[in-house]
Design a protein around this ligand. Structure first.
Ligand code: VGL
Ligand code: ZN
Length: 203
């Protein structure tokens, strides 16, 4: 199973929370997806005024952090608001075989970087059940951003008992205060495999 994380207008140059060279993942994802029978796409999907937006907190700026009910939360520019162009999937993404588009981050007071479990670490998206009920035990993760939604998804996959591979060259990072190296350190410590798209057998 390939999980294509948040390849949305909001996370590429020109978007509200642009990841440097985020658009470069699109052709890589299109190519590797042909090697998978099962593809799931995730979409960051926030209501206006979402708790992860700096604009929702007096005196806070984007990339500050704050304490929410469930713990520390990085605050972001308003991004990927439900139904907006910023939240739409990148127009060049070609994944007609994808069987599920999973939206996350729609609870007003809870963020969700991970495709499996929201940031309160309690609320589930249902993805683990979806995979288990289809007999899928191994996930490959690609998309944006390596150090946030990709890493949290891969770490949760491990925690929930799946084999997890992150396809490094099919991802780009935000890299906020060393977050990229911290994310890789954590992922490798928990048994996430770091691979390149060239390691996949593609017909
Ligand atoms: C993401 C920050 C906020 C991501 C989503 O897709 O990595 N990062 N929302
Ligand atoms: Zn978000």
């Amino acid at each position: 199973m390939l999980i294509v994380v948040d390849v949305q207008n909001g996370f590429v140059p020109g978007g509200a929370l642009p990841v440097a060279r985020g658009d470069e993942v699109v052709p890589v994802v299109n190519r590797i997806a042909t090697a998978f029978e099962n593809v799931v796409i995730t979409q960051d999907w926030h209501p206006p005024g979402h708790a992860s937006f700096a604009s929702a907190h007096a005196g806070k700026k984007p990339f500050d952090s704050t304490r929410l009910a469930y713990g520390q939360q990085v605050l972001w520019p308003d991004h990927c608001v439900q139904g907006s162009e910023d939240a739409a999937l990148h127009r060049d993404l070609q994944l007609p075989q994808a069987q599920l588009i999973l939206r996350k981050g729609f609870h007003p007071h809870v963020d969700s970087y991970s495709a499996f479990t929201e940031a309160d670490r309690k609320t589930t998206t249902g993805l683990a059940g979806y995979l288990r009920q289809r007999g899928i035990r191994r996930v490959f993760v690609a998309g944006l951003a390596t150090d946030f939604c990709v890493a949290w998804t891969a770490l949760d996959a491990r925690r929930l008992g799946f084999e997890a591979h992150v396809i490094e060259d099919a991802c780009r990072a935000i890299d906020l205060d060393g977050s990229l190296s911290a994310a890789w350190k954590q992922m490798l410590a928990r048994g996430v495999r770091r691979i390149q798209s060239g390691d996949l057998r593609i017909a």
